[in-house]
Design a protein around this ligand. Structure first.
Ligand SMILES: C[S@@+](CC[C@H](N)C(=O)[O-])C[C@H]1O[C@@H](n2cnc3c(N)ncnc32)[C@H](O)[C@@H]1O
Length: 501
């Protein structure tokens, strides 16, 4: 069956994938998320949001709506950055949303989000970017509908526009065509196959049919399409009809202005639109496309707004800001310049990739410098862990004290998915001779991940150093019961038994 790309059944597979997987999509590493959800992106967004509030001087609370919050990690990083770097902001509320209820259920019980929920700043709502036009807040029980908000709305969409329905158009010899999609490669029977297994096997074929404007009978969409028909001769255009329509729906919630902050793989320059082939699906359990930010920018410019983009094409992640309303946005532009154009998420990611190649030669003060640069990023810490285990003990005592504080900060910025960071931090604190603190982290690891043998063994070592012989002995006996050949455990137990007799 041929349909507009946005009506293709592939989007149902996408929905099934996210609804069935929930947060496991990221826990299992199937869907990438680091590049859009690290402290550097959050710090950049926080700076831009603070500058935007300065520019628009809101007379009513600002509402920040995050679309496709997924794992919830970005919300945590951003809320921490807003709190820490911008403590005097005008009042705002932050609404985490997704179309998968499973994700929402996970945020509800996530330890890192409880204080934010309790403070009344953060709420959550089921929101389908393809169709929903209101927000039913699940914590406060309020409903936000057309015109409900007096203050401005800030929309955050990271790795979201690449995942929601698009249409496809082609311009050939100045004539506009629509690409009607058919799924190919669909297995004869899908019984017993997961959405990811089906997505892996399928592809799309297109036939092209002439288009007359207005095509959508929606000025926001037809205005952008007209621009493409009139300004390009020969190209394919992945058209974010759902994304633009979603922004229109969200814009109507507020009587005020709107800012959109979005990070994704995608292109924004006119030269990147020319001469493109039909786009391919990128598979990662679910699937995604490269986002046509040029179309979003055209949409915002057509409606009298402004757009902030980098002067260069990104390597890993593109960050754009769309701004509606009649302001000159002086501070917002400067914040974008400092936090995206000059040094931002894309540059940081390149630096991090380079760091990975040299980590095993680095000294403690150098790793500390990168951890600070990264905003105490737990992923970077995890990557550095093998090297840190080698060098921590030999650092000077001043440096060890400094590193202790860095570890505290890494922990504070960490939003657990399943990395067992508490165990790693516990090990390093032990190396730093902070035995009581090491014990607390190892206990936390035991409580969250379960009583793994290495955790119990290292807890025993902490008790040993603290001269709490009986606790150390009990744990070592448990370790030896599980691993009768654990020679180190036996040696420590022997020493303890000597102390106890
Ligand atoms: C690629 S993940 C991005 C998650 C997170 N924002 C990040 O940057 O890592 C896409 C997220 O969007 C959600 N999603 C996909 N289609 C959606 C739709 N139509 N409406 C709302 N959320 C959607 C998925 O459930 C998932 O959480």
């Amino acid at each position: 069956m041929k349909t507009s790309l946005s009506q293709s059944p592939i989007w149902e597979l996408q929905r099934d994938y996210y609804e069935q997987k929930g947060v496991d999509a990221w826990r299992e590493g199937e869907v990438p998320h680091y590049v859009t959800s690290n402290p550097t992106v959050a710090r950049a967004y926080a700076a831009i949001i603070a500058a935007y509030m300065r520019d628009v001087q809101p007379s009513a609370p600002v509402t920040i709506v995050e679309l496709g919050s997924g794992h919830g990690r970005f919300a945590y990083h951003l809320l921490k950055s807003l709190d820490h770097f911008h403590p005097d902001l005008p009042p705002y509320q932050y609404i985490m949303t997704d179309f998968a209820q499973q994700n929402i259920d996970e945020w509800r019980k996530h330890s890192r989000l409880q204080d934010f929920f309790d403070s009344g700043i953060v709420d959550i709502a089921l929101f389908d970017a393809a169709k929903t036009d209101h927000l039913d807040l699940q914590i406060r029980g309020k409903s936000l509908k057309t015109g409900s908000l007096k203050g401005p709305i800030i929309v955050i969409a990271n790795y979201l526009f690449d995942s929601i329905p698009h249409d496809l158009f082609m311009v050939k010899d100045g004539q506009l065509y629509e690409g009607l999609a058919t799924i190919t490669g669909m297995p004869a029977t899908t019984n017993g196959l997961s959405p990811a297994q089906i997505i892996e096997q399928i592809d799309l074929d297109y036939v092209y049919t002439k288009v007359k404007l207005p095509h959508y009978k929606q000025p926001a969409l037809d205005g952008v399409l007209k621009h493409y028909a009139e300004n390009f001769d020969e190209t394919h255009i992945l058209f974010p009809n759902t994304g633009i329509d979603c922004l229109e729906r969200l814009r109507k919630l507020s009587k005020g202005d709107m800012m959109v902050l979005s990070a994704d793989k995608g292109y924004h320059r006119a030269e990147d639109i020319d001469d493109r082939d039909a786009p391919g699906l990128v598979n990662h359990g679910s699937f995604s496309y490269s986002v046509n930010y040029h179309a979003f920018a055209r949409y915002m410019i057509n409606s009298g707004g402004k757009v902030l983009t980098t002067s260069y094409q990104h390597h890993s992640i593109n960050v754009v800001a769309l701004l509606s309303g009649d302001h000159d946005f002086t501070h917002t532009k400067l914040a974008y310049d400092a936090n995206v154009e000059r040094f931002g998420p894309d540059t940081f990611f390149v630096i991090k990739m380079h760091l990975e190649r040299v980590l095993d030669t680095m000294e403690l003060h150098e790793i500390i410098a990168y951890l600070r640069l990264s905003g105490y990023d737990a992923r970077l810490f995890k990557l550095a862990m093998p090297r840190l285990s080698e060098i921590t003990r030999t650092a000077s005592s001043d440096q060890q004290d400094e590193f202790y504080q860095v570890l505290r900060n890494v922990w504070d910025m960490y939003y657990p998915l399943n990395e067992d960071m508490a165990f790693d931090i516990g090990l390093l604190l032990y190396e730093l001779d902070f035995y009581q603190e090491a014990l607390e982290f190892l206990e936390q690891s035991r409580d969250e991940v379960g009583p793994e043998t290495p955790t119990l063994y290292n807890m025993a070592l902490c008790y040993y150093q603290l001269k709490e012989w009986e606790q150390a002995r009990d744990l070592l006996q448990e370790v030896i019961k599980r691993k009768p050949n654990h020679r180190d455990a036996k040696a420590v137990l022997k020493r303890i038994n000597g102390n106890l007799t």
